[in-house]
Write a protein that binds this ligand. Structure first.
Ligand SMILES: Nc1ncnc2c1ncn2[C@@H]1O[C@H](COP(=O)(O)OP(=O)(O)OP(=O)(O)O)[C@@H](O)[C@H]1O
Ligand SMILES: [Mg+2]
Length: 199
């Protein structure tokens, strides 16, 4: 960290913000293999929550790589930094009272732990959602043709093929997208949020 930098606290407490806006922020962190359904579920969830008049914002891996993270590649170090930044950004959005939905492969357990701890420290709920489908299924779906390219050796360090995916051990929510529909997945997440009093 740079020296001569002092944190400047605001004059509105988190509790006041929550009461004044009548909304509590939370981060819903979707993790899973490419084509497991993160972006598809994130979009449908965003729609659903907005229709419930909840301030919701989606951060999607592909989109963030067009802007904030366009300087990053896909080796382990770059993936660490990708997720570190998204951990910080999602925390900021949720601190501003948004229900923040992130859709990143986020293959490393340690990176997700760092994001979780960042939220914990600020008292912001962090809901890890394992968007799960077997490799055979996602490879069959292959909506962007990436698995085909990875198998042909045209993409290096592709998660599930030539780079690791460390599945969550104790996610708050586990969604098996080869067994349930997108609408059911949205319902599963919404039910969880309701049961915890987050919405
Ligand atoms: N139950 C389901 N839930 C989500 N997606 C599903 C489901 N069943 C089939 N699909 C299909 O699986 C594909 C998932 O693609 P999507 O882009 O959402 O994956 P992703 O996890 O965001 O991948 P990436 O990490 O590459 O961005 C879509 O084509 C979607 O229509
Ligand atoms: Mg996606």
């Amino acid at each position: 960290m740079a020296s001569n930098v002092t944190f400047h606290p605001g004059s509105v407490t988190a509790e006041e913000r929550r009461e004044l806006l009548n909304q509590k922020g939370a981060t819903i962190w979707l993790t899973g293999l490419s084509a497991s359904g993160k972006s598809t579920i994130a979009c449908a969830l965003e729609q659903h929550l907005l229709h419930l008049h909840k301030f919701t914002y989606r951060l999607d891996g592909d989109n963030i790589r067009f802007g904030l993270n366009k300087d990053l590649g896909f080796d382990e170090k770059a993936r660490n930094e990708n997720i570190r930044r998204i951990g910080e950004v999602s925390k900021l959005f949720s601190d501003a009272s948004a229900i923040t939905v992130t859709a990143f492969i986020s293959p490393y357990r340690q990176d997700r732990t760092v994001a979780r701890e960042l939220h914990d420290k600020s008292g912001i709920p962090f809901i890890e959602v394992y968007v799960d489908a077997p490799l055979e299924v996602v490879e069959q779906r292959d909506p962007k043709g990436l698995y085909k390219k990875a198998r042909a050796g045209e993409i290096k360090e592709f998660t599930g093929i030539s780079a690791p995916y460390e599945a969550p051990e104790t996610p708050e929510i586990h969604i098996k997208t080869d067994e349930i529909s997108v609408a059911e997945a949205v319902q599963q997440i919404t039910d969880y949020l309701t049961s915890k009093g987050f919405i």
